[in-house]
Design a protein around this ligand. Structure first.
Ligand SMILES: *Cc1c(COP(=O)(O)O)cnc(C)c1O
Length: 471
């Protein structure tokens, strides 16, 4: 019998086995070339085949090639094709190709930009991109950036910085003294605040019951006159891009008021902040630069691969103090030490794909790509409005379209049928008590034809349901 080597021998052999990396690359590339034409949601068979992953924790080792084969055979078909041009669920972007390629290269580096000494390249790219983002969004010179997993975490960081600053203004150090007997911080936000804003409010101990809710208009925008009197112990959370309608709060007017009394303004701009980087759309974010912190995703409108969010904060000391950590083994430098801007200590170098995509697109490419998403959303809205039985409910200012059928029941059934047809994927929501189908155009890959195909699928679904209901 052949002598069995150690697990280390086995891994050294794998390191030298170019075929496993080539297989992963080849299968990945095959996936990528097919994903634009395939069924957008996995087939029933693909979902059933997921049972092939059900097993007890293995005792024996496995071969690398066998594992890749298994993953590709049963994993790839059970993916959702959000990489393609006809996925309009949630606010999911595709990936700009260079981002995937750069991420693949950096996978082999396996860097953690915790400290400069841990990853000089990670530290450098974070420094460069921080500056680029300030320019793109026209933010104050003092602004710093933390590269986190997504907008949930970015909002958490922004609100943590706010909590630190608003309390320290009153002579209270939240890090040392805690929240129990602290001076009161008021939290004000709109009735359409995203659920991740509420999550951050709970995680940070503000308490959801303490929120002072502000009425919104028919597009989900905060009505400026309804904002209660603010002071220098007030945290106000605004929104660039309502998750249903895509609308933007009136930053210019609201931030002016807040600035005057020293309130802290945080903007949840997960997907909408990017409008501010586009010449033809930046009127939407006018005045946003007057806020104190901003949360934005790379993995939505900019189409980076997932796990790419950014917190921006004009108050460096507040952000760093809120996320402070120390230890005798920490090595700081004059260069950027990324851990001081994020909750995590170790994290992957997600900056690589963010840098690569910004470099690839340039300001002009960003303008063109994002404006195209807006145009496709307008096309959706126009074509659906022309079909009897569908009503568009929002002003399509950016990339979101909400549409409903004559009754909630008809909307639900039509939505379910569109999903079953698998030509495109859209989700549902409720808007002012009414069931809606929610379309989010957020992929660089969406073409005019993709919208036509999707609209045809909407039409077919409604026709089928109407026939079924009348028979
Ligand atoms: C997606 C989204 C979030 C949450 O972002 P994640 O990156 O998923 O954590 C927050 N706010 C809005 C408006 C969003 O669209």
């Amino acid at each position: 019998m052949e002598k069995k080597g150690t697990i280390q021998d086995k891994m050294y052999a794998d390191i030298q086995d170019v075929s496993i990396y080539q297989t992963a690359q080849k299968k990945g590339y095959e996936y990528l070339t097919n994903v634009f034409d395939r069924n957008v949601y996995p087939t029933k068979k693909a979902l059933e085949d997921l049972a092939n992953f059900d097993e007890d924790m293995p005792t024996a080792t496995s071969e690398a090639n066998t594992i890749l084969e298994h993953l590709n055979t049963y994993g790839s078909p059970a993916t959702v094709a959000n990489m393609g041009g006809r996925y309009f669920g949630f606010v999911c972007g595709s990936s700009v190709p260079i981002g995937l390629a750069a991420k693949n290269l950096a996978t082999f580096w396996d860097q953690s930009p915790t400290m400069n000494v841990l990853s000089p390249i990670g530290s450098k790219l974070e420094t460069v991109v921080e500056n680029w983002l300030k320019q793109l969004f026209n933010l104050p010179e003092s602004t710093v950036a933390g590269f986190v997993s997504g907008t949930s975490m970015a909002t958490f960081c922004g609100l943590a910085a706010a909590r630190y600053r608003l309390l320290s203004n009153q002579g209270w150090n939240i890090n040392d003294q805690g929240f129990s007997n602290a001076p009161k911080i008021r939290v004000i936000t709109g009735k359409h605040a995203h659920s991740t804003v509420l999550k951050a409010i709970s995680l940070l101990g503000f308490g959801k019951n303490n929120i002072e809710w502000v009425d919104v208009d028919n597009q989900g925008r905060i009505i400026p006159d309804r904002i209660p009197e603010m002071d220098n112990a007030t945290l106000l959370i605004l929104q660039a891009g309502n998750v249903n309608s895509g609308s933007f709060d009136d930053f210019e007017q609201i931030c002016k008021k807040a600035n005057k009394v020293g309130a802290w303004v945080h903007i949840d701009g997960a997907f909408g902040m990017w409008a501010g980087a586009v010449n033809q759309l930046k009127h939407l974010t006018k005045g946003a630069e007057k806020a104190n912190s901003w949360a934005v995703d790379g993995h939505k409108t900019l189409n980076t691969p997932y796990d790419n969010g950014i917190v921006l904060c004009e108050d460096k000391e507040a952000l760093m103090s809120a996320l402070h950590m120390s230890g005798s083994y920490i090595v700081t430098s004059k260069e950027r030490d990324g851990t001081f801007y994020t909750p995590e200590m170790s994290r992957r170098a997600r900056i690589v794909e963010l840098w690569a995509i910004l470099k690839y697109l340039g300001k002009n490419g960003i303008d063109e790509m994002i404006l195209e998403m807006h145009k496709r959303a307008l096309q959706f809205s126009k074509e659906l409005s022309n079909i009897n039985g569908f009503t568009v409910l929002n002003d399509v200012v950016f990339n979101q379209v909400m549409v409903s059928c004559e009754t909630d029941d008809l909307t639900d059934k039509t939505l379910a049928r569109i999903q079953e047809l698998r030509k495109c994927w859209v989700g549902g929501s409720t808007w002012k008590g009414k069931k809606v189908i929610r379309i989010s155009v957020c992929s660089w890959a969406t073409t005019k034809e993709d919208v036509d195909i999707s609209v045809s699928s909407f039409k077919k679904a409604l026709e089928e349901i109407n026939i079924e209901l009348s028979s």
